[in-house]
Ligand binder design. Sequence first.
Ligand code: GLA
Ligand code: ZN
Length: 703
Amino acid sequence: MSHHGSQGPPDPGSPHGPHGPHGPHRPCGARSPRSAKIPYGGDYNPEQWPQEVWDEDHRLFGRAGIDTLTVGVFSWSLTQPAEDTYDFTVLDRILDRAAAEGRQVCLATGTAALPPWLARKHPEVNRTDFEGRRHRYGQRHDFCPSSAAYRRLSTAMAGRLAERYARHPALIAWHINNEYGGACYCDRCADAFRAWLRDRHGTLDALNDAWWTTFWSHRYTDWDQIEPPSALTEHWRGPDHTAFQGITLDYRRFMTDALLGCFTAEKEAVRAHDPDTPVTTNLMGAYRPLDYHRWAPHLDFASWDNYPPPDAPPTRPALAHDLVRGLKDGAPFWLMEQTPSTTACRDVNPLRRPGELRLATFQAIAHGADAALYFQMRASRGACEKYHGAVIGHAGRDDTRVFREVAQLGRELESLGDATLGARTPARTALLFDWDSWWALEISDGPSRLVRYLDVVHSYYRAAREAGADVDVVPVTADLTPYDVVLAPVLHLLKGDLAERLEAVTRRGGTVLATFLTARSDVHDRAFLTDVPGPLAPLFGIRVDEWDARPEDVVQPVEMGEFTTTARLVFELVRLRGAEPVATYGADFYAGTPAVTRHHHGGHGGEAWYVATALDQSGVDHVVRRVLARHDLLGPHAGHPAVETATRVAPDGTVLRFLLNHGPAPVRLAAPANGTDLLTGKRTERGEPLALDPLGVVVLRLQ
Ligand code: GLA
Ligand code: ZN
């Protein structure tokens, strides 16, 4: 979680708070760590402890089935106590000990927290924040991505580690840095931004045109006149209020690339010595500041840290799992961190209830996780994470509830063996996720600051998942041919050839669904000089001339035949140009006009649905179920709101059906197919009763 030390603007869009087998085609070239079972363990910092504690750690790891340790994440001041001094004695011992105990190591380059000497000697490494304050040494995740000293020293460290440990028997994966995030606004970043802009726009004329700078007399006549958009320049009231959306969008793209440059530089340094071991960095799921789709091709495999907000429905972490799986074209990812019990960074840090850790872990696996790792193995004694949950607490006991649950889960993962490894999700529903749209929507002045990208995306994702559909959450550049249904909620920016590819979906009989505020602007966030929704207007067979935004408490009834629901926030006034109404508004001067429309395409039965307002969840559920039903994609347990289902297909073709009960009450289902529960060995025939305990999990191997 980027809760400490990120020097970027506060990010309300971050989930952490202010803080199918589609054939062999894998454009992103996933390369996953090899393992005989699901790697189980997590962040381990024995450098904080004397040797006796290490002995005890490994004894307890044995009891809990811990086989994988993420090591060295914050050890820079230890491995390089001065600029010209490297010291790997402690790290040697940590890795050697792990190997001797038969444990594998995910080795971090440790470049996310600076040693004090570095910041003192090269003050340029410290970030300048959104308010223009030049920072001094402190916290972590606080290096300037444009600092030459940082680049030189971080890559030197990555290179030395790779040189030393590339062939270490414990090494299974490289973990570069940690939770890259935030932003810097220093003069070096300003220069780097200008260079990035030259590269992207070529000429000042092109840039002035893209940013529409004649507005408010901003025509630039020299690249040096360009300032990073911050509280001192284009912004007021924080990072979402900007005079020039084009400038702010480009800065977010630039910062994404600048931090990515830090990652790729370290990765290259690792590769110089280690051509084989897969490399990753732990991402943060639906994390607004960084466009992970720009990162995806550079990761060998994706990994992320799951800390769902305490009150979030289970589809919220599921959305992030599917988003991360979508980074590498559906290849499995690693769950790099989760807490076994509680976080520490929130104002209030609730405990995971008995059974919740197990359920969350199997949910990750159901969505494509091929590793289950914790933050952290042993609680630190001091500093800001001393109360963060850990497998081993301060008392070092193995008879706590949390330790017992961790150990029980360890046994279950052991018994699963390699059954789930490498398995892919055969989704026929895609949800388009787009950071540019997220940014553009939330930095837009008008029509409404109340529309939040993730909330709308989540409501469509949730509707599809609760109806039992497997969903791939993919970038707008993804190959759409495997999908029957493509959901494009609040896809504000329309880029590239997406309009044609969406039309192709309907031409072959598929269904495309988009919502209000979709396809409003081009790649530079300039409005299309056509009817709304821009290049998608012909596909949806509609035209929108006007839209009304109202406060949250204004509720508009929406009628869909027998079914009545409600909507709020934004109401687009739709004129039919070939589409037919599916639902109509029930009040105001636009009562009786379409709120949801459907446009039939050709003889193949393709349809394009447009939802012109922010329907409440029941309305979204209704619409999405109708769309899924057209393609026979409603799951057999769609009537059980607490039951989540997910499918994975193993490399040998074995189909695994996960059934997860998120509710507090037991559930009885009819078995969806003949199969054996991999966790109990119990066989069930299709149609026979299948019991799910409260928070229960069944992993059926179908046959
Ligand atoms: C993040 C970090 C860890 C730790 C945890 C605590 O995920 O990567 O170092 O701070 O948060 O929740
Ligand atoms: Zn900087």
